[in-house]
Write a protein that binds this ligand. Sequence first.
Ligand code: DX5
Ligand code: ZN
Length: 232
Amino acid sequence: MSAADPRLDRLRGIAPSILAADFGRLRSQVEETVAAGATVIHVDVMDGHFVPPITMGPLVVDALKGIDALLDVHLMVERPERHLADFAKAGADVLSVHAEATPQLQYALGLARELGALAGLAVCPGTPNDVYVENAAKVDMAVCMTVNPGWGGQSFIPTSPDKVRRIAERVAPGTAIQVDGGVDLSTIGTCAQAGATVFVAGSAVFGKDDPGQAVRDLAAAAEVAARGATAV
Ligand code: DX5
Ligand code: ZN
């Protein structure tokens, strides 16, 4: 999609990750977070190869169709270009592919947009950030993994905010910057100060008794920190 895609306005704030949700009542749990202001719902797709676990496929995205939020599909799969069409058809608004998962990165990013989605480019903590320089024109959202991908509930890697800053210097203006992994009330502020604009939170939302309140608390913490970072 082009930079004028209206969905870019909603690609911000807290993105609850359904990996930590109760799948027996997935839709109602997701709706609670949307009612609390979440405009992005994060769906973690794992293939048992790129990362050890196997999680969910297009059927789960399809089950969330019609929710009043962007469906943000994080593909932790090898050769993601082979699966983009299925996820687009299921209703994905954002398709994020990993730089480490394909030798055909520009093709994959271009295909995501051709299929009508916003294109996300994700990097693992150990991957050099210059991949964003080479692909800047093809990326709507940079995904900075703040844990090594594969599982929810891991601890935030403390050097991540520095990586977010380096990524922010390399993407085109207006590109969303997502942090993913270990984001909670104690870590979200440093991410916001570093320039992150989309905050994936699994355990810190669905691991709480009141996921809606958790979204509001995280959003408030991110806003306060971002305001502090821009104040002179
Ligand atoms: C990890 C996934 C994350 C995960 C985050 O590989 O990409 O999106 O759901 O979970 P928490 O917020 O619990 O670290
Ligand atoms: Zn994710």
